[in-house]
Design a protein around this ligand. Structure first.
Ligand SMILES: Cc1cc2nc3c(=O)[nH]c(=O)nc-3n(C[C@H](O)[C@H](O)[C@H](O)COP(=O)(O)OP(=O)(O)OC[C@H]3O[C@@H](n4cnc5c(N)ncnc54)[C@H](O)[C@@H]3O)c2cc1C
Length: 599
């Protein structure tokens, strides 16, 4: 058989962003031997790109903050579709996880009296995001990486996992290939934690990088895990819209958190026209009031409307562009120079300053930026147990962006980084505890390995088939046009048909050369995942006949109060992808009142 190497661990973690690293550290703490596999170099994950900060109710800037307010904000932001148990755990545990990062060496920005500083972000009642300028993710990954390496986690870099195996119903291993040589490697394990991140590479305009092809979700689905809430893909309101080569690159919400305002081509600060009833009590409704908040005492003022949740701001920008009030390149103006002096901007937003200067020739200390929505994050993903992060497949866990439940219909900024450390830790601990209860690691049957290898080698045996890069481009066009920010039944049905046709085309693809450093073959392998997950997104979006959070249906523009009680699950039923409307656990009375009426 064509497998050169086999490794064995109690716990295998696939993915080395914040969730994977935190899971690996926890599994080590739990006494397990741990392997950590990542598709790119260690340290090059989406977590490193995180800019604005990590949300937790530390109460350093506003002492009134506590887990109850954070819980309420998360549930309101998620439009009620969050798993309330995850939202509660997350709000309760994130302050400890952030303090732990600090104890492990992360150097966060400070308040004047020396505590960790916190900045305001959309949908958070109080200033809540601990941050390091606009490079928070870099500090977080550096800290976690150092800690994991010192804990003796065995790391396998540039190694792509593409198939999971079960023995007697329990997870037993993963097959991967080395990017540099194309050689195959088998990881045998008693428990596996998936932490592979999201799916943004399915869309043309995205803030995500090449790793985000939905691999974890597809691998889990293939061995029987359920996918949940995939109709909820977050379109971040502020991506760069120009020049075309960098369209989609993120402009952190920190710009608005630090005082940036949104205007249209007529110079109007349009967000005042888009304040929904739910947020009226918390949101400034005049420019004068909003400016008092930016310039001075944040304690006594309501937040500016630019800090409404991402779904609301993204849709407002689209509405302005459609009404003919967009910028020359089809977006809105984001202006921080109007509210802050150059020194403040350079010290609080250094990466944004350089990003615009170098990529667009725009000096954000004197000029406005042009911004528009970009595919950014997926709230849906693998369905997990709220306490342990275990999937329905025994021994298989998922944490971070690849998992679903916490964020419901829309994620609040900063709640991803805290999600990674809260649920990454829980997943690692549970995976180690479960591994301890197992006997010897089972052998993956050689017949299954052989058939997996035959499939993954198949494009080399064909001549003149489709080109994987062409399929990838077609998929992105379909997803942007038909499964984007505004959807219809007709468009979604067409998208499902288009994606299925592309899946057939993928089966007929041919790839030249050998497996060593072969981007054509790497893309072909990734596309198996991406097409599968994109089909699940389109089917889930078709199944939810309402508009809620990040999911907007032009043909069902209203929110249906009945549908808050259900989530959409995608299940592999005998090889057929099916959607199921599943009841969503509802919070107890006391927490329901908290969400509806406030603290
Ligand atoms: C530009 C940008 C800015 C952001 N800013 C913020 C912010 O300020 N605050 C916030 O809370 N959130 C922010 N987010 C979101 C947040 O960064 C991500 O949701 C989060 O980092 C995801 O972490 P993760 O551990 O789940 O995945 P990642 O950090 O992306 O890690 C995924 C890992 O899985 C590996 N992998 C993938 N597929 C495979 C495979 N098949 N085999 C092996 N390994 C694999 C990758 O190589 C990588 O190591 C931002 C996102 C972006 C893109």
């Amino acid at each position: 058989m064509d497998i050169r190497e086999t490794h064995e661990h109690d716990v295998l973690v696939i993915g080395a962003g914040g969730a994977g690293l935190r899971a690996a550290i926890a599994a080590k703490e739990g006494g397990a031997s741990v392997g950590l596999v990542c598709k790119s170099l260690l340290g090059k994950a989406h977590t490193v790109m995180a800019e604005g900060g990590i949300a937790s109710a530390l109460g350093n800037v506003r002492e009134e903050d506590n887990w109850r307010v954070h819980f309420r904000d998360t549930m309101r932001g998620g439009k009620g579709l969050n798993d309330w148990r995850m939202a509660r755990i997350h709000a309760e545990e994130s302050p400890d996880r952030v303090r732990e990062l600090e104890a492990w060496g992360a150097v966060f920005d400070r308040t004047e009296d020396g505590r960790m500083n916190q900045r305001p972000f959309g949908g958070h009642t109080y200033a809540r995001l601990a941050h390091v300028g606009d490079r928070t993710g870099l500090e977080m990954i550096r800290t976690l990486q150092d800690h994991a390496v010192h804990e003796d986690v065995e790391v396998f870099m540039e190694c792509t996992a593409f198939r999971l195996f079960k023995v007697d119903g329990r997870i037993a291993g993963a097959l991967a290939y080395w990017r540099t040589t194309g050689e195959f490697v088998l990881f045998r394990a008693k428990s596996i934690v998936l932490a592979t991140g999201g799916i943004g590479k399915g869309w043309k305009v995205t803030s995500n990088s090449w790793e985000y092809t939905g691999d974890g979700m597809a691998m889990a689905y293939d061995v029987g895990a359920d996918l949940l809430g995939l109709e909820f893909v977050q379109f971040h309101p502020t991506g760069m819209v120009w020049p075309p080569s960098v369209a989609g690159t993120l402009v952190t919400e920190g710009v608005r958190g630090e005082g940036g305002i949104l205007t249209n081509s007529e110079g109007e600060r349009f967000m005042f026209r888009y304040i929904p009833e739910l947020y009226k009590a918390d949101t400034a409704d005049t420019e004068e009031e909003a400016d008092r908040w930016v310039g001075g005492d944040r304690k006594n003022n309501r937040r500016p409307p630019e800090l409404l949740t991402r779904d609301i701001v993204a849709k407002a920008i689209v509405a302005e562009v459609e009404a003919g009030r967009g910028t020359p390149h089809g977006g809105a103006y984001l202006n921080i120079a109007a509210k802050r002096d150059p020194e403040f901007i350079k010290s609080k937003l250094p990466s944004m300053y350089h990003q615009f200067k170098e990529l667009a020739g725009v000096d954000i200390t004197t000029e406005a930026m042009e911004v528009g929505p970009t595919t950014h994050y997926v709230m849906g993903g693998i369905k997990v147990d709220p306490e342990t992060a275990e999937t329905v497949v025994p021994g298989l866990y998922a944490a971070g962006e690849v998992a679903a439940g916490l964020h419901g219909g829309n994620r609040l900024g900063g709640n991803s980084l805290s999600d990674l450390v809260v649920f990454g830790r829980r997943a690692g601990l549970a995976a180690a505890a479960s591994a301890k209860e197992q006997g010897a690691t089972p052998d993956v049957p050689s017949s299954e390995l052989e058939s997996a290898l035959e499939e993954v080698n198949a494009p080399f045996a064909r001549d003149g088939g489709h080109n994987p890069f062409g399929i990838q481009e077609e998929l992105k066009t379909v997803m942007n046009a038909k499964v984007g920010i505004a959807r219809t039944a007709e468009g979604l049905a067409e998208a499902v048909g288009d994606i299925r046709a592309l899946r057939n085309a993928l089966k007929a693809c041919s790839v030249d050369g050998g497996r060593a450093y072969n981007p054509g073959w790497n893309t072909w392998v990734d596309l198996h995942s991406l097409l599968q997950v994109c089909e699940a997104v389109a089917l889930s979006a078709a199944a939810r006949e309402e508009s809620r959070g990040a999911h907007t249906r032009i043909d069902f523009p209203e929110t249906n109060p009945e549908l808050v009680k259900h989530s959409t699950v995608v299940r592999n039923e005998g090889g057929r992808m099916t959607t199921i409307k599943e009841p969503l656990p509802q919070p107890p009375e006391e927490l329901r009142t908290l969400i509806e009426e406030g603290v």
